[in-house]
Design a protein around this ligand. Sequence first.
Ligand code: SF4
Length: 283
Amino acid sequence: MKTFNVPEFYRSPIISAVKSFRKVQDPRKKDNSPTVLDFGPVKYYIARHFGFCYGVENAIEIAFKALDENPGKRIFLLSQMIHNPEVNKDLTERGVLFLQDTHGEQLISFDTLTPDDIVIIPAFGAPLNILELLEKKGIQTEKYNTTCPFVERVWKKSEQIGKTNHTIIIHGKYNHEETRSTFSRSSLHSKAVVLRDLEEAKTLASFILDSKSQQEFEKAFAGKFSEGFDIKKDFEKVGVINQTTMLASETEEIANYFKSVMEQKFGGSEIKNHFADTHDTLC
Ligand code: SF4
């Protein structure tokens, strides 16, 4: 796998060694047990999944490239590049300014931007309407776009299954940057709805199985479904994708749950026509 040029002070030699060791032992990340560092009287339990992932290292490398290549220019981050306070604080101290907070609230008006400014797109990506707005202002959004390729893989899958009329169920936090970005793309090709966890999945299932009304759906999922969503028409075919920072095992559980709901509705022999397999998008 590609390696990135990340400043040494962001790395911990101990954690890098732990991660390399686990990668060799468990390349497919199936084993969620912690790593135990046993110092005799003291034992440290190191969580299986933490530290910088591929997308974060990619984003840090591109952000530092933007700083190196543009001395004297105003450099903005659309929002937090990654949710790591240390990295974001460090970038702020180097003069990088944030245009929005993590929920999409404006911190600096887009009106102040000029074509001379640099805007870094975060690892989570950006909603299409925002990219369009920046491009209209003459900003080259592709130049320092740190969107993780694995997030783009989720977008491709949503486009693919959306074109075959699957409604996209997004497991994520509806106001998170990545979910807003994914939602904006999913809604282009199909209907989309966002849910947070298995409990909300169960609420959604009650609409799939016809036991509740459109009005109740609109109340339960207010602000979390695409325009024109019709529960009578839009639950014939579904597929589940996720905000990649959600636990993959939780998304898998939710996807399996919806598979069983669709089997209940259409019968096991018909499942291939009503449920899309998306597990290859899990990061
Ligand atoms: S998809 Fe998200 S979690 Fe996975 S490598 Fe990219 S940024 Fe990290």
